[in-house]
Design a protein around this ligand. Structure first.
Ligand code: DC
Length: 205
């Protein structure tokens, strides 16, 4: 069983993916972390982010068993990940690992931007999770402030819109719903309601 979840930054897809995996006894992979891990390595090594050869190498060396959400969640890393994610060689290296992960029994929930369209086009269930940019920026701001970190709503909103634009307009595997994806707009929903709706969609197989 493979569940594919795609959507823009801060749409709530990560939380949904984790909870669905726990509910259905599946593995979970946040594929954004794989792009973040490659980007973090380049930042740590001081390599320019437009060096595609180095980016591809960093992608090939990502260890899928050591993806740490806490250290990779930094804003600069997300921005850098979005920049190297436009490179086909980077995507090829990471998609290969993501597909291997999806094949581990008994199956997995994968979340990202291109899971239903490219990584797992034959997934049993596909969800495309969205929310308005304003709602996503508000959630992200509250989340950061809740962790005692500085967060400015207007800056976060501008960043999200820029990142959506880059992720949706790139030539290779842009963010878009698969034709057979169920759309879940969580703008007016709390996480509990969104989770129940997602479970209903999976149960409706
Ligand atoms: O979901 P996230 O914010 O952790 O993702 C970081 C960046 O990685 C995102 O802006 C674009 C890229 N990404 C991608 O291109 N394809 C995926 N399946 C997941 C993430």
């Amino acid at each position: 069983m493979i569940i594919a979840i795609d959507g823009p930054a801060a749409s709530g897809k990560g939380t949904l993916a984790r909870r669905l995996a726990a509910r259905f006894g599946l593995h979970h992979l946040d594929t954004g972390l794989t792009y973040r891990a490659a980007a973090a390595k380049m930042l740590a090594d001081g390599v320019p982010l437009d060096d595609e050869t180095q980016a591809a190498q960093a992608a090939e060396h990502v260890d899928f068993s050591a993806l740490d959400r806490d250290t990779l969640s930094l804003h600069e890393i997300g921005e850098a990940a979005s920049r190297i994610a436009v490179m086909p060689t980077v995507r090829r290296a990471l998609v290969e690992g993501q597909r291997r992960f999806a094949q581990i029994p008994p199956g997995a929930v994968l979340d990202g931007r291109d899971i239903g369209t490219v990584v797992c086009p034959d997934a049993d269930v596909k969800l495309f999770v969205t929310a308005s940019p304003q709602v996503r920026a508000r959630r992200r701001t509250d989340e950061l402030q809740g962790r005692g970190l500085a967060a400015n709503y207007d800056e976060i909103l501008a960043d999200l819109v820029r990142r959506d634009e880059r992720d949706s307009t790139r030539t290779d595997s842009p963010l878009r719903p698969a034709d057979d994806a169920h759309l879940l707009d969580t703008s007016e929903m709390d996480i509990e309601t969104a989770f129940r709706k997602a479970v209903d969609i999976v149960d409706g197989l």
